[in-house]
Design a protein around this ligand. Structure first.
Ligand code: OAD
Length: 253
């Protein structure tokens, strides 16, 4: 099926749906200048996830994590929502759809674009927790330290190592965000998978929870291992597909 036919089918799915559940990943934000993990230009081409995002490694050598996270943190602070994020928020704000976003991203860009219900499956970068006393501090309070690439400590109190409130490999997903995402997938009448390689579980299991007959649309530049289960697959970029689908949807409303 060529691109315009697939786009037409996507618009029909959008038109026929009211409760849309979205699973998004790092590909959603590459067009905002934040690298993803597993693409040819992704973060894992230079570092391995075990080195950086594993909780055991973090406890043993937090300096490795902070060295890698500093440029990522800065790019996240400076990033603005792209046309893909905006199109998704307009689906609810302008087209009246109920959209629930379950995101693996920690950059807060869905929220900045105006999406109202966003469940952060892998936590977020906006706060940090002290590994010694359990105290929580906002990222803004340690902004200069986070930018420096040095280990961020809980000062002037206990001097414990602060860990951003993101989910590391070896940690549980935030219970509330995960259970709300499960309910959204089960209730949805359309499921969209956007910019994720679907390589990391349990997030990748969410689309499989949709009810029988609920269409699944995947928009991801490269193949995923769930493409065969999808009703429609786009290997084009999100910044192209989502705004174009939204434009057609709006013109036919
Ligand atoms: P990945 O890097 O694994 O996948 C991102 C996908 O987005 C890739 O398959 C790209 O082809 C695709 N992509 C990139 N830019 C795109 C664009 N403009 N339009 C469409 N597709 C695009 O990132 P995630 O699947 O999000 O977890 O990774 C999942 C988790 O692995 C992350 O949350 C992180 C990581 O380890 C933790 O840190 C716990």
């Amino acid at each position: 099926m060529d691109y315009s036919e697939r786009l037409g089918r996507f618009v029909k799915f959008l038109k026929a749906s009211q409760r849309i559940a979205v699973l998004s990943g790092a590909g959603m934000s590459t067009e905002s200048g934040i690298p993803d993990f597993r693409s040819s230009s992704g973060l894992y081409k230079t570092v391995t996830s075990e080195e950086v995002f594993d909780i055991g490694c973090f406890r043993r050598s937090p300096e490795k994590f902070y060295d890698v996270i500093a440029p990522l943190y800065v790019s996240m602070l400076e990033a603005k929502p792209n046309s893909g994020h905006k199109a998704l928020s307009e689906l609810e704000l302008d087209c009246g759809k109920d959209v629930i976003v379950a995101t693996q991203n920690i950059d807060g860009l869905h929220q900045k674009a105006g999406s109202k219900v966003v469940h952060e499956l892998h936590g977020g970068m906006l706060s940090l927790t002290c590994q010694s006393c359990g105290g929580q501090v906002p990222a803004s309070a340690v902004d200069a330290d986070l930018r420096s690439g040095k280990v961020v400590r809980h000062r002037p109190t206990c001097n414990g190592v602060l860990k951003p409130d993101i989910v590391f490999f070896g940690e549980m997903l935030p219970e509330g965000a995960f259970s709300a995402s499960i309910s959204a997938m089960k209730r949805a009448d359309l499921v969209l998978v956007l910019g994720t390689s679907l390589a990391v579980y349990p997030a990748a299991s969410l689309p499989g929870l949709r009810r029988g007959g609920t269409p699944l649309v995947i928009v991801n530049k490269t193949e995923t291992n769930q493409d065969d289960n999808a009703d429609l697959v786009f290997h084009e970029s999100l910044g192209e597909v989502l705004p174009q689908a939204l434009k057609q949807l709006k013109s036919g409303l």
